[in-house]
Design a protein around this ligand. Sequence first.
Ligand code: MLT
Length: 408
Amino acid sequence: MLRVNENYQKLAASYLFSDIAQRVAAFQKQNPHTKVIKLGIGDVTRALPAACIQAFHHAVDEMASDHTFKGYGPDQGYDFLREKIARHDFQALGAEVSADEVFVSDGAKCDTGNFQEIFSRDLRIAVPDPVYPVYVDTNVMAGRTGNYVDGRYEGLVYLESTQENGYVPQPPSEPVDLIYLCFPNNPTGACATADRLKQWVDYARKEKALILFDAAYEAFIRDRSLPRTIYQIDGAREVAVEFRSFSKTAGFTGTRCAYTVVPKECMGFDAAGGGHSLHTLWYRRHCTKFNGVSYPVQRAAEAIYSDAGREQVRELVAYYLHNASLIRDKMTLLGYDCAGGDNSPYIWIKTGTDSWEFFDRLLNEAGVVCTPGSGFGRCGRGYIRISAFNNVDAVTEALERIAGVLRK
Ligand code: MLT
């Protein structure tokens, strides 16, 4: 008899963003003439930067000739991309990261979801609340939690991110082994200062724990006083793995390219206390289960680091940040407490009412899709998240429609 992984029975029936997509599809079927405006899942709408397109075309042409054709690429990604990542995203900021610590992949979602595989089952895990559901669901699938009770899984340590702590939690009083952090935060848009990150790094060093630091939204940081990578914090190389993505930075949600940094100093331990390099373990996992991102896509990603590419990415990010400020200003004017939206493409809005009810109201009465905060955890109840990823005309229209509904 084929037994299934019964841990899956503990999960909510569908993934948050699939659930939303199904509700939107049902609404659209019943209201075929309504132009639905999607400010739910953080999916980009603007074209790839011209520098990426040019590099992409050129690389596709290379695949058309036997002389320049490429088969399987190097396990960790092409040197041309990893060297630029190390130089521009880290060394230029004074953060020590070398190209051979970079693993190119097809998404930060996959990497943050897969990384737990290299650890034992009986870890003590801390996750923020609200939280990007991937961190939690993948640990549920792996059998590291108990049941889902009143919006939380038994066995996890939840780090409450609330209005009171500015949505940036402090290290817990109890020991944990694995900590998920995300800054700029999804969903709240909050950013951690260097002092706050230092507390986390110190805690992880003391506990021999590891921080999985999701920095997928780093490009949206405008405040120069904020750290752009956890490796700007002393000691982080021993205790932090960082995840980055080109999805939101350069419009790669449909193109797929991301990377993970695993410093050589990061260690995990066996039952006898012996140390094991996480770089070695992740390398083993990565080259066993993954055959790399396609050559043209890695060339397109490399182009982001050219002078023209950097300028185009800056412009793209500024465009979405402008949308974010429109959303935040309008929702504030309508009387709602808002967080995020300044160094982040997400605006976290306190509605004070049931998140799904608010979601349904905006969908049914305004034809606008947001994300219900409760989908990110118990602390998200009474909140919604609005994403700035859409064209400015659509955002402007959505805000007019929302104002029309909420002013009623
Ligand atoms: C989100 O909307 O939270 C993100 O788009 C999800 C993702 O990047 O997977």
